[in-house]
Design a protein around this ligand. Structure first.
Ligand code: UTP
Length: 273
């Protein structure tokens, strides 16, 4: 039902300088896999077969990663290291990767709009690879796709409760619980100060969006930080009663911050050693 997953991956990742001067943030490794591979695997688990990746001229490493590397493959051919590449190669063989470039970093909403030619007129998922999610059962995006089957006319955003002091790092929602883990959203605010935040329910980097969002983003003026914010575009749909927020099952690491990245490295190390 949801076949395409968009990955906005054009941001500069300035919190990770100096490494992000030449290594895209999405290519930072947790163990031996880059963040974006975890995202692609999650998208596949939810039934998406096409990855629409919004990159920039500084992010060529992402395209190279999801491609063959004949020199290495010849070098390890027939020896025990071959198995190290097998899972990635089978992911590459079974997935369509499409790319477009964001030329100016005008924000997440603008990055999503840049992906419109790759998505077309169909509902789609969005994963921010720097939000790394883990769950022993269904992945977060699989849970959201299941919910979308029940509510096909809605956009769905994943939310989690955060400490009130951190609201200025997130888009924050308000609304009415229609099930114990689903909110019908009536208001959304991008990075409010704790005293202005309507709730402590923060949007994390998983979305299911309906294609109407593209025209709405085109009409959305720059907001917080002078950037075109997806939260502002979604507010237009929320006012029409078309946005649900979903409290997902699982754990999320903010790998866009140094602390979250270190925490994720520790958490996943037991699985990787
Ligand atoms: P962030 O604000 O977390 O990423 O954007 P950033 O700007 O790269 O990081 P810092 O703050 O400088 O360290 C969330 C997501 O949106 C993408 C980013 O790549 C990230 O996945 N993004 C953001 C774009 O693709 N384009 C933009 O113009 C802005």
């Amino acid at each position: 039902m949801i076949k395409k997953c968009l990955f906005p991956a054009a941001g500069y990742g300035t919190r990770f300088l100096p490494i992000t001067k030449s290594i895209p943030k999405e290519m930072l490794p947790i163990g031996t896999k880059p963040l974006i591979q975890y995202g692609v695997e999650e998208a596949k688990s939810a039934g998406c077969n096409t990855m629409a990746i919004v990159t920039s001229k500084y992010k060529k490493a992402i395209e190279d990663y999801f491609d063959t590397h004949t020199d290495i493959e010849q070098n390890i051919s027939g020896n025990s290291k071959e198995k190290l590449l097998e899972p990635l190669n089978s992911l590459i063989d079974s997935t369509i990767f499409t790319y477009t470039r964001q030329k100016e970093m005008k924000g997440l909403g603008h990055a999503i709009l840049t992906g419109e030619p790759l998505i077309g007129n169909e509902p789609f998922a969005v994963i921010l690879a720097d939000d790394l999610c883990d769950n022993s059962g269904d992945t977060v995006l699989s849970q959201m796709v299941e919910l979308y089957k029940k509510y096909p006319d809605y956009c769905i955003v994943a939310i989690e409760e955060i400490p009130k002091k951190d609201t200025d790092k997130y888009g924050v929602i308000d609304g009415e619980f229609i099930e114990y883990n689903i909110v019908k959203v009536s208001n959304m605010v991008e990075k409010p100060k704790p005293e202005d935040a309507p709730t402590n329910l923060a949007i994390i980097g998983r979305y299911i969006l309906i294609p109407e969002i593209f025209d709405i983003i085109k009409e959305t003026k720059p907001g917080k930080g002078g950037e075109i914010q997806i939260t502002d575009a979604l507010l237009t749909l929320a006012k029409q009663g078309k946005v649900l927020a979903y409290k997902f099952e699982g754990k999320r690491f903010d790998c866009g911050s140094i602390d979250g990245f270190m925490e994720a490295s520790k958490y996943f190390s037991s699985n990787l050693l």
